[in-house]
Design a protein around this ligand. Structure first.
Ligand SMILES: [Zn+2]
Length: 294
């Protein structure tokens, strides 16, 4: 009897928990990857990870016009998270943005990832639970090494009002069965669509002007960190190749030669990963002015 109980418990633990003891997104959400979730449901899972892991910390940094909270999710080693303010000050001092050096210099790479400024490109925000889980659970053996010298800052949704507008529409228009036909109503999002925020601004056009409350809060938070790397996650149309750095010319005059070159380096690295999977993508490597499409 005891043996059976043990066997049952063992099976249960294999089924319910990963090696870290954390529920995977697939275990937490019944239809992860097959159905969309509201923003508060995405944050519920990330809050669960925060409560059960010392590699995650959540901070509220603003609020949308419709009253939805906006969050930053810090992911790093427990030692780095305990020392976060010192790391921030060390980084700002190195960049010349802070005059006084902190007592103990502690430099780490700072990577900022923004998801879903266009709310109806909902795959961006939907991917956040998996990304957080993969970074902290030990599922990827490289992750702990990365987190030992990197602070990752995720903004799960830059446009929670637009995201939820889209998810409301999709859930209303779709049912138990998935309809891949493009002429089905669930693929015809009505005006004003989830691309925009409450006041129907395309906030991907608002980074410089900062007319919207969400952008203002985000830029204030961003300037507190001035990360080395900023990745901005969108979603491509179903019949488009994935597009990533280096960006298409013309470039802003303030971009330094190093920044231009670094874009190419990052783009080539992404391309290698996509090649391994055989995924389609395009980027503008400017080799003789030719656009490379794979
Ligand atoms: Zn977009």
């Amino acid at each position: 009897m005891r043996i059976y109980s043990f066997f049952f418990l063992f099976l249960l633990s294999v089924t319910m928990y990963s090696q870290s003891g954390l529920l995977t997104p697939q275990q937490h959400f019944a239809l992860y990857g097959r159905q969309h979730h509201f923003f508060h449901q995405i944050m519920e899972y990330i809050s669960y990870l925060d409560a059960n892991s010392d590699k995650v910390r959540i901070e509220k940094y603003g609020e949308t016009y419709q009253g939805r909270p906006m969050y930053l999710v810090y992911i790093s080693s427990p030692q780095n998270l305990a020392n976060l303010e010192n790391i921030r000050q060390s980084h700002l001092h190195t960049t010349g943005m802070l005059e006084t050096a902190p007592q103990k210099k502690d430099e780490k790479a700072v990577v900022w990832c923004s998801f879903g400024v266009h709310g109806n490109e909902a795959g961006a925000t939907e991917s956040v639970p998996q990304i957080v889980y993969d970074l902290i659970s030990g599922a990827d053996p490289r992750a702990d090494q990365w987190l030992s010298n990197t602070v990752v800052i995720l903004d799960p949704s830059l446009n929670p009002d637009g995201f939820d507008r889209y998810v409301h529409f999709l859930k209303s228009a779709s049912g138990q069965r998935i309809h891949p036909e493009t002429n089905h109503r669930e693929h015809m999002e009505p005006w004003p669509t989830g691309r925009y925020n409450h006041y129907l601004f395309d906030m991907n056009r608002d980074w410089a002007w900062q007319t919207q409350k969400e952008t203002q809060a985000r830029i204030a938070a961003y300037n507190r960190w001035l990360p080395h790397v900023h990745a901005d996650f969108h979603e491509m149309g179903y019949n488009n190749h994935y597009y990533f750095a280096p960006a298409v010319e013309p470039y802003h005059a303030f971009l330094t030669p190093f920044q231009r070159q670094f874009q190419t380096e990052i783009g080539q690295s992404h391309g290698n990963y996509f090649d391994q999977k055989g995924w389609c993508y395009r980027h503008d490597l400017r080799t003789g002015g030719e656009l490379i499409i794979r």
